[in-house]
Design a protein around this ligand. Sequence first.
Ligand code: NG1
Length: 495
Amino acid sequence: MANNVPVPTYESLDKIYDSSALAKQGPRYNALVEKFTSIYGRKPDFIARSPGRVNLIGEHIDYCGFGVLPMAIERDVIIAVATTDDDSKVRIANMNPKYEPREFDFEGKETIVTIDSTKHEWSNYFKCGYKGMLERADNLEKPKGMYLLMDGTVPAGSGLSSSAAVVCTSALATIEANKLPLSKQELTEIAIVAERNVGVNSGGMDQSASVFSEQQYALHVEFVPRLSTRLVRLPETQPPMAFVIANTLVTADKFVSGPRNYNLRVVETKMAALFLSKVLDLPSSDSLKEVFDSYAAAAGKDNSEVAKYDALLERIANIFPQDSSNGQGYSLEEVSDMTGLPVQTLKEKYMTRFPVETDYFRLVQRTHHVLTEARRVVEFVDVCSKAPANTLEVLGSIMNASQESCDKFFNCSCPEINQVCEIARQHGAYGARLTGAGWGGCTVMLTTESNVPTLIEAIKDGYYRQKFPELSQDQLDDAVLATKPGSGSAVFNGF
Ligand code: NG1
């Protein structure tokens, strides 16, 4: 897929949304323009838009370098923008009154803007996109002043990638306001790095899905040797397939829990790669994908992709030493012995920029998850292209195996996710799994179009009405919904 094309500009919302969404999106865009005009006394010049995403398969492997298969959803972030040459101030407001208006100024070409990542502050996500873009704009002496109004419909902390949607939209708003000639590829790469400014060691799946997705397709994103994306058409099954997303309403905030969850997992996979590259006598690397590639190259056999995973999994089955903690994982000293890196080096390299809190590092379990999950992505994509008669069953069982591995080996599920997946499987879902980082957030289920109402009702009854009896009908409808693959980032100027 051509990655160096610009982000498209549309004058009509039907280029962005499925026809079934227009009755809702039209009034939403009108309300944004109206509110913008009442706050700033002028109309916006354009609206930037980037969606959230649901990941179909490939969890917690993007930051190890392995390919993943997300698709964009209708839920998104839109920012109305007007520019001025009078100053270089940024004024930003939000349609949600929970987020108070903010103002900041361009601090010069060196700093651009200061981001205090110790503070949990909504405008930091805008600043990430703004800073990331302007760092790349060598020829720009002084950026435009900006008037902004944001509206987001991706639930925060739900695994649907609300933060990436904000950062990508912010970066896109900054590009368009300053007429910077940047491609989709550059926008994505900058947004990936930019998001790390808020203190989360993020992978690159979300930003890629947000920018590159297209209606009716899932997106196979690969990161090695460099970011590349390929559209994967979802098979036409008989009966027709459908995806449902259910939010457990357990909020998993990476910013708060990162040191024990997300950032720790990133570090564990890096330590595992260091150990494996050493013990397998491969070029030293802290990327499991590089270990996989070097091992496959050294094995030299003309294996299929899946067979390459099997070969490595078999080779490492008994390669990790016994830990001294009775199966809880390795102490930092043990990791130091295994990798040959002094404790101090490990701390400086892996535990300083993104803090980590733990007594033990569970390298065996994490490696097992990452390699089997990467294998599942290859299988899933393959089934999509071959579309055998039992496609629904096969894809469903791959999703179920992913959930089991996330729960047992990566410990990123939680009782609520397990419960929703179980209810779903009992009510016509072929497969059900967490999507995104986990520890709460959303689940994704594969079912048939005709079973969607039954499945949704079963989850409302079996989960929400038990655990959250106070939810209104609107909140319930918002928590569990059918979804179709949607389109990626765009600029809209049809108002
Ligand atoms: P969420 O929390 O769903 O946005 C995070 C990472 C992804 C990926 C998944 C797990 C960020 C912005 N996103 O997704 O890159 O690693 O977890 O597969 O950190």
